[in-house]
Write a protein that binds this ligand. Structure first.
Ligand SMILES: Nc1ncnc2c1ncn2[C@@H]1O[C@H](COP(=O)(O)OP(=O)(O)OP(=O)(O)O)[C@@H](O)[C@H]1O
Ligand SMILES: [Mg+2]
Length: 508
């Protein structure tokens, strides 16, 4: 092996209108290593990965592979040089099957045009060999985001890329999928690949990465040749430029009367009746593994999916079944997990996205009037959640992934007339500093008497923020814990299907 790093970024600069996304940034990645790339939302991580993938051309600087300077002009150039980038926001063709996807570019040459059976067998074999559980015939549109991500990863492996970059790959993976991914990454490292790994979950960085680089505001602020002896606080400190001693910052509060009463609710994806209550000022965390049915239950309660039995009451008033507008009229609001698909209006400004209330969102959004109040609300949340944008008029699609999340989440937090707020994975893809602020907003809402339901797959977050924890497994509530009784082992055990072994969950 030569001494030149497998991959080297040198003095990279990239400016978008009004934003200097990267300025004079360089770092190197060794062969046979996993290099963590960290930084707050909008720090420039994805921009760097798009430069590596040939999608953006840098304004300044260059990148080198094994000491050779590369001039990528398009994605195909990067692929030809052995680079595979799995982007934060996947582009995919919904109608293609897993097999077709994996065989793109090889089908005709390798198998002739019609030999589907052979192609199918080939694909099955490859997936089995990698230990990836996917049906080769499934269409991409039928897969979860996590599964689509797996397809991308397998594609990169089959292409035998020597440099592999993963931009927040686990943000929508289930626990099991994450394990599979980690195993694949470790195998690839053993084969001498150079990998870049982006994640806001510091546990993952410590678990997987050999070295790390931290970006802040488009600059490199730290390089770690090794993570041995490095603490989580040190990383956080460098990322956000300040100390965050207790990211959850929980504070106890008084609870009032029952605000949300759910009784015997069922729906298509909720076969067994579900019942629970949440009091005014109470934050109830719903914990379960991805796929435990938490989102499905909440969608039925909110009326986004059909309710086939049971009652939902807010302050003793009955909410009509399967009728979102009636839920909103009662002050019951759901901020969905997939904010991208359900929430963002890409060409609208940050301010409009924050100010479209849940109510107006479900009316057909007509003209947006941007009055002074709205400007103030927008600026408040831009400031509080540190939404990185030159101003509130910027189109939301131009923001980094995490900053889009923050803006859309603000919409629900800013909703007036809230009585019950259900938030589904509120901190997914969001950096440590902003997580802390999101928790504070939830506490403030609870202080005002809102009943808060928080779905989260991150156990430390559930334990850190909730007054009470409810666990679900396979569509049913399996246990409840008061804050004082809730501990990691018991909550996890209650959320796992019978017979499964408990492995620790990771988080921020
Ligand atoms: N196509 C674009 N047009 C305009 N601005 C852009 C574009 N792409 C990125 N930016 C801006 O560049 C900056 C860096 O964004 P980038 O997506 O690289 O951040 P990130 O570190 O990946 O953040 P996150 O953790 O939220 O994914 C942000 O301010 C973003 O708004
Ligand atoms: Mg990003």
């Amino acid at each position: 092996m030569t001494d030149a790093p497998r991959l080297e970024f040198r003095h990279i600069g990239k400016t978008f209108p009004g934003v200097r996304a990267l300025g004079d940034v360089g770092f190197a990645v060794r062969a046979g290593s996993v290099h963590g790339l960290l930084g707050e939302n909008g720090a420039g991580k994805s921009t760097m990965m798009k430069i590596l993938g040939g999608e953006y051309i840098p304004d300044e600087g260059e990148l080198a592979i094994d000491g050779q300077v590369q001039h990528f002009r398009k994605a195909a150039d990067a692929i030809a040089s052995g680079v595979a980038v799995i982007h934060q926001e996947l582009q995919y063709v919904p109608e293609l099957s897993v097999m077709e996807n994996l065989l793109i570019g090889r089908l005709p040459t390798r198998f002739g045009l019609v030999d589907r059976r052979k192609a199918l067998a080939w694909t099955r074999e490859r997936l089995d060999a990698l230990g990836v559980d996917l049906d080769p015939r499934a269409k991409l549109k039928q897969l979860s985001i996590g599964q689509r991500q797996m397809v991308e990863i397998v594609k990169a492996i089959l292409r035998d890329a020597k440099i592999l970059a993963l931009d927040e790959p686990t943000s929508s993976l289930s626990h099991r999928e994450t394990e599979v991914l980690f195993r694949l990454v470790r195998d690839l490292r053993a084969q001498g690949k150079a990998m870049i790994y982006i994640s806001h979950r510091l546990d993952e960085i410590f678990e997987l990465c050999d070295a790390a680089t931290i970006f802040r505001d488009g600059r490199k602020v730290a390089d770690f040749d090794t993570l041995e002896g490095v603490t989580r606080d040190q990383l956080v400190q460098r990322m956000v430029g300040r100390e965050i001693s207790d990211i959850f910052g929980y504070r106890p509060r008084e609870h009032g009367k029952v605000r949300l009463a759910v009784q015997g609710v069922t729906g298509r994806a909720v076969p067994a009746p579900v019942s629970f209550e949440v009091k005014a000022g109470e934050i109830v965390g719903f914990f379960g593994l991805v796929g435990a049915g938490r989102s499905e239950v909440m969608r039925v309660i909110y009326g986004a999916d059909r309710r086939t039995a049971g009652t939902v009451q807010v302050d003793g008033e009955t909410v009509k079944a399967s009728h979102i507008r009636d839920a909103i009229r009662h002050g019951l609001v759901l901020c969905p997990e997939d904010r991208k698909e359900d929430g963002i209006i890409g060409v609208r400004s940050v301010s409009e996205n924050i100010n479209i209330s849940a109510r107006r969102n479900h009316l057909i959004a007509g003209l947006f009037v941007n009055d002074r109040n709205e400007a103030k609300t927008a600026d408040t949340y831009i400031d509080r959640l540190r939404i990185r944008t030159p101003n509130r008029r910027r189109e939301i699609r131009l923001l980094s992934g995490g900053n889009q999340q923050k803006a859309v989440l603000s919409r629900w937090l800013a909703e007036k007339n809230l009585r019950v707020l259900i938030v589904d994975e509120p901190t997914r893809g969001i950096d440590v500093g902003a997580k802390n602020e999101i928790y504070n907003v939830l506490y403030e809402l609870a202080d005002r008497g809102v009943a808060v339901v928080m779905i989260s797959s991150e156990l430390p977050e559930v334990l850190g923020v909730s007054d009470r924890v409810i666990t679900m497994c396979r569509g049913q509530i399996t246990a409840q814990f008061n804050r004082t009784q809730a501990n990691e082992a018991d909550v996890l055990a209650a959320a796992l299907p019978e017979g499964a072994s408990a492995t620790p969950m990771r988080n921020t």
